[in-house]
Ligand binder design. Structure first.
Ligand SMILES: Cc1cc2nc3c(=O)[nH]c(=O)nc-3n(C[C@H](O)[C@H](O)[C@H](O)COP(=O)(O)O)c2cc1C
Length: 368
């Protein structure tokens, strides 16, 4: 197992272990991609990453973070994604999509507009706020929308929305779905005791808090073809006192594996948003131990993410068996060709993953 070795999952084989982590662009119109998405994503496929995830994509209008989020709740969005998926595939990458519901972090401004809850004073023309939903009626932080605590109808509706979006993702041509259960968004609000105050079957004990996440997973797995892989992104820990713990993540990962999840993508944090007092030990690879422990104890493939910067660092994560895949975000913004550069640094000279328009020349120069 090396960074550059292929990774088979169900009927899909990744050309290496390097994944483009989902990155919101807040640049969609009515949930559909724009030219920006083509420019932003195509360069990662050309750059040699094996799997390119599209950003958090809302499964219903209430599930968008901002008015600029991608969505996958209607036929127009499905149709608009199809050529983008085809573009990524034609450039050598496996296309993936992160399906998401923003929960109590929804109805906010784009980051460059302030990242605050939308209200009548700051709303742009045509961009009204909307009623958010969450496990409990507890705002993210002072000044944020108070979400409606989801009743049984809301729960059924959102589970169905995830499943319908998964069917649309299949028809649009995606090969991989990642369910976003991290970063304080809707599913995470059920998991964490800091945001879940429910007294019904979806709150209280760990099995109850895991119920919504597992029901979403089951509903998606039921409609997502058996030959296509399913990932789940978790916040492996809340980084808060009395919050969701790594032990909880191991328990959840076991349950998800039993329900046909292939990879746990191990991120962390986000449950209290700007109200956090967490001291996060930000250092290269700071979340990798989560991927290692979940992989070892739940017996499921993991994806490590978070300040993975150098080729050697990424290769070591795979060599040591800490994770099966590495996902990068910021480093790929600096250098979309990071995977091809990593291959060169690690001594790979067959240029196998280079676009042939570039690779033929490089191969000749090394005598191939
Ligand atoms: C511009 C940008 C947008 C992001 N959007 C998302 C997203 O849509 N979904 C998600 O789960 N994480 C998102 N993240 C977090 C990244 O996927 C990743 O987990 C995080 O940046 C840590 O990886 P890095 O140190 O390689 O950047 C975003 C990060 C960046 C930089």
């Amino acid at each position: 197992m090396t960074l550059l070795s292929p990774f088979p999952m169900r009927s899909i084989t990744l050309r290496n272990r390097i994944v483009v982590s989902p990155m919101c662009q807040y640049s969609a119109i009515d949930g559909t991609p724009t030219d920006w998405h083509y420019d932003h994503l195509t360069k990662f496929a050309l750059g040699g990453a094996a799997l390119v995830f599209l950003e958090a994509t809302g499964v219903e209008p209430r599930g968008r973070i901002t008015h600029g989020d991608l969505g996958l709740w209607n036929a127009a969005q499905e149709a608009a994604l199809r050529p983008l998926v085809a573009r990524l595939r034609s450039r050598g990458a496996v296309p993936g999509i992160q399906l998401a519901h923003a929960g109590r972090k929804a109805s906010s401004q784009r980051p460059w507009e302030g990242s605050k809850s939308i209200n009548p004073d700051n709303a742009l023309a045509g961009e009204a706020p909307w009623q958010t939903i969450a496990a409990s009626a507890v705002p993210l932080a002072p000044g944020w929308h108070t979400p409606k605590a989801m009743d049984d109808d809301d729960i059924r509706t959102v589970i169905q929305a995830f499943a319908t979006a998964a069917e649309r993702a299949h028809r649009a041509g995606f090969d991989v779905i990642e369910l976003h259960a991290a970063h304080g968004y809707l599913i995470h609000t059920f998991l964490s005791p800091l945001s879940n105050r429910r007294t019904d079957g979806y709150g209280g004990s760990l099995p109850n808090r895991m119920r919504f996440a597992l029901e979403v997973t089951e509903a998606v797995r039921r409609v997502w073809p058996a030959d296509k892989p399913l990932f789940v992104r978790l916040s492996a820990v809340d980084w808060e006192a009395d919050g969701w713990s790594l032990d909880d993540s191991v328990a959840l990962a076991r349950e998800m594996k039993a329900r046909g999840v292939d990879v746990i993508d191990c991120s962390a944090g986000g449950i209290l948003g700007p109200a956090t007092t967490a001291k996060i030990p930000m250092a290269p690879g700071y979340q990798v131990p989560f991927a290692a422990r979940i992989r070892a104890e739940a017996g499921i493939a993991t994806q490590a993410v978070g300040l993975i910067r150098t080729a050697r660092q990424a290769a070591d994560i795979i060599d040591k068996g800490e994770a099966d895949l590495v996902a990068l975000a910021r480093e790929l913004l600096f250098n979309p060709f990071w995977p091809l550069q990593a291959a060169r640094e690690l001594g790979d000279q067959d240029y196998a993953t280079w676009p042939e328009q570039y690779g033929w020349y490089l191969k000749r120069r090394v005598g191939g």
